[in-house]
Design a binder for this molecule. Structure first.
Ligand SMILES: [Zn+2]
Length: 233
């Protein structure tokens, strides 16, 4: 009897809490980025709620393209193509410009493109302004799709085989300064600090991040991917 009264009270409190939460959402007392009822907004700083929303639309290219459209970013859906076993492009988009930085037109899985956009807009740009005194207008890279095994493995296919990865080799600031992983990672100056902070930010968005610290194969780029394995190296 006593136990059922307690569970009744818990139920009532939970119901009242939920009601208060949704009333607060309706009255817009809670910022849109914490509102689970609103679709993903790529212009909001990434956090726990955006991670849930990214997860909910993972593999859903129309929802991904719609999220880009809400952020006024044009991405183009690409046709589905398969290559030899283990390789192919499905659910990819062509991306030219992120919030400010140009990437020169690269095709990748839309889920990877959204995380790259969040990385560039909310992490790379503020870090570049802080460490380098100017935003980034170009991200140089080694691309996304490549039908091959992982570096150092003769059999395990790379996430690049399905355009589920992206390799960043450097940055150009709005005032024309070139920052490269190969040249600037080993130095101790502001560019090196910028690059290490970018790695930390990338690790909060991508399942796997490999930097020059990982091995010699990555001495000249950041590898980021959305495969099954997690790591920040
Ligand atoms: Zn890579």
């Amino acid at each position: 009897m006593r136990a059922s009264r307690i569970s009744g009270l818990v139920f009532l409190l939970a119901a009242a809490g939920l009601l208060a939460f949704f009333a607060a959402l309706r009255l817009e007392l809670i910022a849109s980025r914490y509102n689970p009822l609103l679709p993903l907004d790529l212009t909001d700083p990434p956090g726990l709620m955006s991670e849930v929303k990214l997860w909910l639309i993972e593999g859903n290219r129309p929802a991904c393209i719609a999220a880009f459209a809400r952020a006024n970013v044009v991405v183009t859906a690409m046709p589905h193509r398969t290559a030899k076993p283990g390789c192919g492009r499905e659910g990819t988009v062509l991306v030219r410009t992120l919030s400010e930085a140009d990437i020169g037109g690269e095709e990748m899985r839309c889920d990877v493109a959204m995380r790259l956009y969040l990385l560039e807009r909310h992490i790379i740009q503020p870090l570049a302004r802080r460490h380098l005194g100017a935003g980034v207008d170009r991200i140089t890279h080694f691309g996304s799709y490549s039908c091959r095994t992982m570096r150092g493995s003769s059999w395990r296919m790379s996430e690049h085989s399905t355009a589920n990865a992206f390799d960043i080799s450097g940055f150009r600031t709005a005032n024309g300064r070139m920052i490269s992983l190969k040249k600037d990672w080993p130095t101790g100056g502001a560019p090196a600090r910028f690059l290490r902070d970018v790695r930390r930010g990338a690790c909060s968005l991508f399942n796997m991040v490999l930097s020059p610290d990982y091995n010699a194969d990555h001495a000249d780029h950041f590898h980021v991917d959305q495969g099954l394995f997690r790591g920040c190296h």
